[in-house]
Every structure is written in structure tokens, then in C-alpha cells.
Design a binder for this molecule. Structure first.
Ligand code: CP
Ligand code: NVA
Length: 333
């Protein structure tokens, strides 16, 4: 990892692990439950390390660990991207991932959340958990001495936001002043995006149907983190949101756990579909983001998701690089 590496013909500086700014970022031993657990300097540090790791990937550089660190990966809900990128990322760092699926540990049923955390804290270096109830993450963090990483809860998806910010920075060259339009449900992904954007100088205008706006306390928190509180806004009008947007972002209308509401939500959200007409209002230079999985023909059309403005697969790829940076910084050398 100490030398420059070549990635598709480009020369990219690769980090030496010794050069990672552990002291300046002060993330060792910390948890990542909300993206707002990080300050602006720390978000930038994570993104910088992620970009360096991306450039150095596949160069045969030495891993950070030699089987001396491990990650428990708890899933109460299904996953493709999170499962693959955390497990692969852990292996690429030289660590040991242990996947615990929805039927395995009975979180809060077979055994209390606190007891699960207490036990895991004696064996592994960190816990990554995808849960229904956000408070389970807080309870885990409060009952063990190792980092707990939110891999999606009903409230936030901070690892997604780090990948999103990396993608925007790659595509647009900056985050400060970038105008993001969120179109659709004011959900977990929207919450973390608003907070992450506020920390990095980007603005978010979220267009959501009445009753499906982001949580008011999270909007207020994002406003308090932003240099300009007016950078974080909510509207009911998707056309207003995308006018002059640099980034148009949407997600499924019914999140995991809301399947019973799916057909009713389809009717409510129909005017919020991101299609070619809506993208035209944003302009040809705007990029389209989606955390995936997508429900094609609902929140987004094939034309947009597969079109030239879409960076959705960059986001998916960047989950790997962003999370490797998170794991390296939280677990430490
Ligand atoms: N974006 C995301 O978290 O994807 P998965 O649900 O497949 O992990
Ligand atoms: N809002 C979606 C995101 C999936 C990655 C959900 O919670 O299901």
C-alpha cells in the first residue's frame, strides 16, 4: 500500500496504512449509529481514505490486519449490497466477517439486545447491524466496548450516505454548494442524506407527499448542522425540488417493514416518480442517484435508472470503499 498504483491507466496515490490520520480523526473505538456521529472533518477524512482505498484496490498491497480483527454482521432484514460490501471489505482489510442472518440469533427474542452485545463484545472487534428498531443499535452500543455500525435502521442509513457523498464528490468534484433534490419518501436514507449533506456544505430540498415528510426533529438537526439553515428544506412539489438540482435522488416508496402499505403508498407516491420528464426539469448535467434496490416502474423508470445521468451503480460500488474506510478507522490498526 505504500506505492503509487495504476487503476485503469490512471496513476492514483495509494495510502500507506501508517499515514492514515487516526489521531486527527479520533474515530478509533467510536460507533457509527447516525451519520451525525461524525463531524464535518471526520466525514471528509472517511471520504478521503475511501477514495485512496478505491485507487489502491487490486494492487496487491498489504492488508491492514492479518486475521487479527473481526466483525459480527447482524441482519434482521434482507440485503445484497450491505452484506456483500461489508463481508468483502472486511476480508480485503485482512479481517474476519461473521454473518448472522435473520433466523440465527433472535435479537431481542431468543436473547435480549443487551446480552447479544455483551457476548459479541467479548469475541469480535466490531458489530455491524441492520435492524428494524433504531433503538436496538443504541442499546447495543451502550452494552459493549466495541464499535457498533448502523447498516440500516428505520431511522438512518449512514453507510449509504458516505457512499453517496463519495459518488457525488467523484462526479461533481465537490460537495460544498451541491444542490440535492430528494424525491419521494422522507425515509431512513433521506434522513442520513440530509444530515450528511448539512455536514459537508451541500443543500437538500426534499419533495414528499403530505404525511411522508422526513422526521421533523431530523430536519431541525440537519438545519442546525448546516452553515445556512435554509440549505435544508421540505416541499410537496417535485418540480420545485428538481429545478436547478445537481443531484436527483429517490428510493423505494415502501421500505423494508412497510410491505403491507405498499399498494396504498403506490397511489400516494405516483406523482413523485423520477422519470425522463422530471429529469429534464433538472437539466442534462444533473446526476441521478438511487441507493437500490429499485422498484422499476414505480419510484424510477428504466429510462432514468439505466440512462446516462444515473450513477446508481457507482453508489453501489462505493459502499465497498466507504465502508472499508469506516472499518479501518473505527476498529483501528
Ligand atoms: N442500499 C442498500 O443498503 O442495499 P441492500 O439493502 O441490498 O443492502
Ligand atoms: N429505504 C429502504 C432502503 C433500502 C436500502 C429500506 O429501508 O428498505
Amino acid at each position: 500500500m505504500g506505492q503509487d498504483s495504476t487503476n485503469e491507466g490512471r496513476t492514483t496515490p495509494s495510502p500507506t496504512w501508517a499515514a492514515v490520520r487516526y489521531d486527527s480523526l479520533e474515530l478509533r473505538g467510536r460507533s457509527l449509529i447516525s451519520i451525525a456521529d461524525l463531524d464535518a472533518h471526520q466525514v471528509t477524512g472517511v471520504l478521503d481514505l475511501a477514495a485512496a482505498l478505491k485507487g489502491a484496490r487490486g494492487t496487491g498491497a498489504a492488508p491492514l490486519w492479518n486475521g487479527t480483527r473481526s466483525l459480527a454482521m447482524i441482519f434482521e432484514k434482507p440485503s445484497l449490497r450491505t452484506r456483500v460490501t461489508f463481508e468483502l471489505g472486511m476480508r480485503e482489510l485482512g479481517g474476519i466477517p461473521i454473518v448472522l442472518g435473520p433466523t440465527e440469533i433472535g435479537l431481542g427474542k431468543r436473547e435480549s439486545v443487551a446480552d447479544v452485545a455483551r457476548n459479541l463484545g467479548r469475541w469480535v472487534s466490531a458489530i455491524m447491524a441492520r435492524v428494524y428498531d433504531h433503538s436496538a443499535l443504541v442499546e447495543m452500543r451502550d452494552n459493549c466496548a466495541i464499535p457498533v455500525i448502523n447498516a440500516l435502521s428505520d431511522v438512518e442509513h449512514p453507510c449509504q450516505t458516505l457512499a453517496d457523498l463519495l459518488t457525488i464528490r467523484e462526479r461533481l468534484g465537490r460537495l460544498d454548494g451541491v444542490r440535492i433534490a430528494w424525491v419521494g419518501d422522507g425515509n431512513n436514507v433521506a434522513h442520513s442524506l440530509m444530515l450528511g449533506a448539512a455536514l459537508t456544505g451541500a443543500s437538500v430540498i426534499a419533495a414528499c407527499p403530505t404525511g411522508y415528510e422526513p422526521d421533523a426533529a431530523i430536519v431541525e438537526k440537519a438545519r442546525s448542522l448546516a452553515h445556512d439553515p435554509g440549505a435544508i428544506r421540505v416541499t410537496g412539489n417535485p418540480y420545485e425540488a428538481v429545478a436547478d438540482a445537481d443531484v436527483v435522488y429517490t428510493d423505494v416508496w415502501a421500505s423494508m417493514g412497510q410491505e403491507a402499505e405498499a399498494s396504498q403508498r403506490k397511489a400516494v407516491f405516483a406523482p413523485y416518480q423520477v422519470n425522463a420528464d422530471l429529469m429534464r426539469r433538472a437539466g442534462a448535467r444533473a446526476i441521478f442517484l438511487h441507493c437500490l434496490p429499485a422498484h422499476r416502474g414505480e419510484e424510477v423508470t428504466d429510462e432514468v435508472l439505466d440512462g446516462p445521468q444515473s450513477a446508481a451503480l457507482d453508489q453501489a460500488e462505493n459502499r465497498l470503499h466507504a465502508q472499508k474506510a469506516v472499518l479501518a478507522l473505527l476498529i483501528g490498526p
